[in-house]
Ligand binder design. Structure first.
Ligand SMILES: Cc1ncc(COP(=O)(O)O)c(C=O)c1O
Length: 461
C-alpha cells in the first residue's frame, strides 16, 4: 500500500490536457513501443488516480487483487469473446459454470441463473426490461413484439425505488421508453433505507390510478451504503404482483458474510440482482453480473440469429442472456481471484473496511464538532464537520470548502454529496489495507482544513 506518494498529480484539467495532447496526435509514421511506453509513463500515469494509496477514501474503485490480475492478463492475452461456443468453447463454458457456481455461493434459488454484463448500469437496465416484459405478460401481450405501445395506458406504469437509488435506475427507465413520471421515489428512514411503512402508504395511494410493475431495492446505496430491507419489499412486490429487483452493485458482496444474513433474508426469492465484482471484490473493470431467480427469465431477452446463437443449439451460448454480441472473458478474473484467495480470505477482506468504518462512526458520534448522517450499514459514512467557529448557516459551504481543498492537495481523496438539504462529506473504504489510523489522518486533515474556513469570503462577505 502506497502511503507516501501523492494520490495523483494534483494537476488542473488544463495541465492534464496539455500533457495528453501528444497521445492523440496520430501521425502517418508510427512510434516504437519503447517511445510510447515512455510517453505513457511521463504524460499519462502521473495523472491517474492511485487506488492503492492509503488516502483514497472516496469512490468504489480498487486495485486488482493478485489472483484477479492473473486472470485478467490471461483473458487479455487470448482476447476471447465469450458470448457463444463458436467464438470460444472454453470461454463460453467457463462463464456458464461460473454463473452456476455464483448462484450456489450466494444461496440463490435452485433455478437461478446469471450473466456477466459490462456494468451495473446495464444490469439494472436489463432487469427493468425483464420486469416490464413480465408485466406485459400479465396484460396478455408480448412486450418484445409490441413494446410500450402494447400497454393500454403506459403512463399508468410505475417503477418504485428509493430516493437514494443510483441514477442508473432513472437512466434505465428513460432508455426503456418510459419517462421520469413512471418512476416514483420511496421515502427513506433516518438510516437512509426504504421505510416499509411509507412504502405501504405509497402503495395504497397509487393503487387506484397506477400499475406497479417493479420495485427496486438497493443493497449498498451509492451515497450512504444503506441496505434496503429485502423481506418487507419482497412482500410488497408479491402483494402487487410486481418484479423485485435488488441493485446490489456495491453491497451484494456483503451477503457472503454470515453476520449479514439477516439483512439478506429472502434473497432466494428476489426476481433479479445486480452485482459489480469490479467494486468491493477488486476485480478489474468491467466486471458486473445480473442474476435472475429463474433461468427462464432470460428467455424474455433472448434473440437468436442464423449465423450464431442459433435456436435450439446444444452448446452453451451465454450471449443469449444479455444484449452484447461481443463480451470479454469477465468470468476469468473473478474465478482466478476466488481460487487464489479462498472464500475465508475473501470474507476477511470484505470485513476489514466495514470494521474500520464502524469504528470511525463510533468515534465521530462522540465528537462535538462532527455530526454523522446515518449509522453505516456497509463501508460508507456521511457526516458534517461542524466546528464551533462556523455558524450553522455556513455548514453546507464548509463541507464543500473542505472537499475542494483536500482534493486539490492531491494527498487524499474524500467525496461530497447531498442528502436532502444537507451537503455532507463522505468517506468510503474499499481496500482492506486502509486502516483506522489512515481514516483518522483524514479526520485530522478535515479539522485542520476547517480552521482555514474563517478566512474565506463566504464567512466574511
Ligand atoms: C448502487 C449502484 N448501482 C449501480 C451503479 C452503477 O454501476 P456501474 O458503475 O458498474 O455502471 C452504481 C455505481 O456506483 C451503484 O453504486
Amino acid at each position: 500500500m502506497n502511503k507516501n506518494n501523492t494520490l495523483f498529480s494534483g494537476a488542473t484539467p488544463e495541465e492534464v490536457q496539455q500533457d495528453l495532447l501528444p497521445l492523440v496526435d496520430f501521425k502517418s509514421t508510427g512510434q516504437s513501443l519503447v517511445d510510447i511506453k515512455r510517453l505513457l509513463e511521463e504524460n499519462l500515469l502521473p495523472h491517474l488516480m492511485r487506488y492503492d494509496h492509503a488516502g483514497f477514501q472516496s469512490m468504489y474503485n480498487s486495485i486488482p487483487e493478485q489472483g484477479a490480475a492473473l486472470g485478467a492478463q490471461t483473458a487479455l492475452a487470448h482476447n476471447q469473446g465469450v458470448t457463444n461456443w463458436q467464438v470460444s468453447p472454453g470461454g463460453a463454458m467457463l462463464e456458464e459454470l461460473c454463473c452456476e457456481s455464483l448462484c450456489r455461493l450466494f444461496g440463490l434459488s435452485a433455478q437461478a441463473d446469471a450473466t456477466f454484463m459490462y456494468s451495473g448500469t446495464y444490469a439494472n437496465q436489463e432487469a427493468l426490461y425483464l420486469a416490464i416484459h413480465k408485466k406485459a405478460e400479465h396484460e396478455g401481450f408480448d412486450f418484445g413484439k409490441q413494446g410500450i405501445s402494447g400497454f393500454q395506458d403506459p403512463s399508468r406504469l410505475v417503477i418504485l425505488t428509493s430516493t437514494d437509488a443510483h441514477f442508473s435506475i432513472k437512466q434505465s427507465v428513460r432508455m426503456l421508453g418510459l419517462g421520469d413520471q413512471n418512476l416514483v421515489a420511496l421515502q427513506v428512514n433516518a438510516n437512509r433505507q426504504i421505510d416499509p411503512h411509507q412504502l405501504q402508504k405509497t402503495l395504497a395511494e397509487l393503487k387506484a390510478s397506477r400499475d406497479i410493475c417493479c420495485i427496486v431495492a438497493t443493497a449498498g446505496t451509492t451515497s450512504t451504503g444503506a441496505i434496503d430491507p429485502v423481506e418487507p419489499l419482497l412482500e410488497a412486490a408479491q402483494q402487487c404482483r410486481a418484479w423485485l429487483h435488488l441493485d446490489g452493485a456495491y453491497g451484494f458482496s456483503f451477503s457472503l458474510l454470515p453476520e449479514y444474513q439477516s439483512q439478506f433474508q429472502g434473497i432466494d426469492k428476489v426476481d433479479s440482482i445486480t452485482w459489480d465484482p469490479h467494486k468491493q471484490m477488486g476485480i478489474p473493470i468491467p466486471n458486473s453480473v445480473l442474476f435472475v431467480n429463474n433461468k427462464q427469465d432470460f428467455a424474455r431477452i433472448a434473440l437468436f440469429s442464423h449465423y450464431f446463437n442459433r435456436k435450439n443449439s446444444s452448446e452453451p451460448n451465454p450471449g443469449i442472456k444479455s444484449p452484447p454480441s461481443t463480451r470479454p472473458m469477465s468470468a476469468l478474473p473473478l474465478v482466478t481471484s476466488l481460487l487464489h484467495q479462498g472464500m475465508d480470505e475473501v470474507r476477511e477482506k470484505l470485513r476489514t473496511p466495514l470494521q474500520n468504518i464502524g469504528r470511525l462512526s463510533a468515534y465521530l458520534m462522540a465528537q462535538n464538532d462532527f455530526r454523522c448522517w446515518h449509522e453505516p450499514d456497509t463501508g460508507v459514512l456521511c457526516f458534517q464537520h461542524q466546528p464551533g467557529h462556523v455558524p450553522d448557516p455556513h455548514w453546507n459551504d464548509l463541507q464543500t470548502f473542505i472537499y475542494e481543498s483536500i482534493l486539490s492537495e492531491g494527498k487524499r481523496s474524500i467525496s461530497v454529496t447531498q442528502l436532502d438539504d444537507a451537503v455532507v462529506l463522505r468517506m468510503l473504504v474499499m481496500s482492506p489495507h486502509i486502516n483506522y489510523a489512515d481514516l483518522m489522518e483524514t479526520i485530522n486533515d478535515i479539522r485542520a482544513t476547517g480552521t482555514r474556513f474563517t478566512d474565506t469570503e463566504k464567512m466574511n462577505p
